[in-house]
Design a protein around this ligand. Structure first.
Ligand code: ZN
Length: 295
């Protein structure tokens, strides 16, 4: 890129990279200036926003099945016609997060030590006083933290993208319950920000739609999938009950069962007759997914 005599090289791939080729062949609509702090240094990027549809890697072929999804605070259950899976949201990211927590506590100790007049004898913040003094050690901690945050975000984005691709490889027509993420966050707090189901859903939606598929969210108010059975009976369940067991004989892991029911929602209603009819055909598939998750 040439600008006012300044020559900017391309990063993230070369011009032989099919992704870059596809991008450069499209019309540039905007140039966004983006700054990122990497290893404590500010870097500036010119990001080209192109017209058209994103490049799709040939290995990411899209399936044509209808998929039911159950998105929990940390788990994801998916059920198609030929595949079912129960997986954990960005498990690896959660592990890295411990390091961040440790540093956050260190940073807090340093902030308190550097600004003793901002806290009372019990360690509570004094009203109207802002801890503004920083030691070099505290600055160092902040830099390391910033880098960890950036890497966590990038890592999560990659894992979310992979998970979305895996689902879309089976089917690009997706049905899922609309979730109140605010209520979610109240219940589960920190684990939410780490695994960020909402961001996952937006990645999935973007990918599905650009491939001609769809993500349909229906209201939980009308369906209450966690409490109904294919036989028509209702069972109130506590959140801690992880297995759906009905006296009609259906026994299944709760999230997988919800995903199965989600697959049979039409016009905001769960079609119990359809779900009942197909149950025998997929029971083994779901059972295998349940077993795999346990292992
Ligand atoms: Zn039943």
């Amino acid at each position: 890129m040439l600008w006012n005599g300044l020559e900017l090289p391309m990063v993230n791939g070369t011009d032989r990279d099919p992704v870059v080729q596809h991008g450069l062949a499209s019309r540039v609509k905007y140039v966004r200036l983006v700054t990122r702090t990497i290893h404590g240094k500010n870097r500036y990027y010119a990001q080209l926003v192109c017209e058209g549809v994103p490049y799709q890697k040939p290995e990411h072929t899209m399936g044509n099945e209808t998929i039911g999804l159950d998105i929990g605070p940390s788990t994801l259950a998916m059920v198609g016609d030929t595949q079912a899976e129960l997986s954990t949201f960005a498990e690896e990211v959660a592990r890295d997060h411990q390091k961040i927590r440790r540093l956050q506590r260190k940073q807090d100790r340093q902030r308190r030590a550097n600004n003793p007049d901002c806290y009372d004898g019990l360690g509570r913040a004094v009203k109207g006083k802002h801890p503004s003094k920083k030691s070099q050690h505290q600055r160092d901690t902040e830099l390391v933290l910033q880098e960890l945050y950036r890497r966590e975000t990038a890592h999560r984005k990659t894992l979310h993208g992979q998970l979305a691709n895996e689902i879309l490889a089976v089917g690009k027509y997706i049905l899922t319950e609309k979730l109140s993420y605010k209520a979610f966050q109240k219940m589960f707090g920190r684990s939410m920000s780490v695994r960020a189901p909402k961001r996952f859903l937006s990645i999935l939606t973007r990918k599905a739609e650009s491939a001609g598929g769809s993500v349909e969210e229906f209201s939980t108010y009308d369906t209450v999938l966690s409490q109904v059975c294919i036989c028509g009976q209702k069972h109130k369940k506590r959140l801690s009950e992880r297995v759906h067991a009905c006296d009609c004989g259906v026994v299944m892991q709760r999230d997988l069962f919800s995903a199965y029911l989600a697959k049979h929602v039409e016009n905001e209603r769960m079609q119990a007759a359809n779900a009942f009819e197909h149950w025998q055909g997929v029971e083994l598939l779901l059972r295998t997914a349940w077993q795999q998750a346990l292992n």
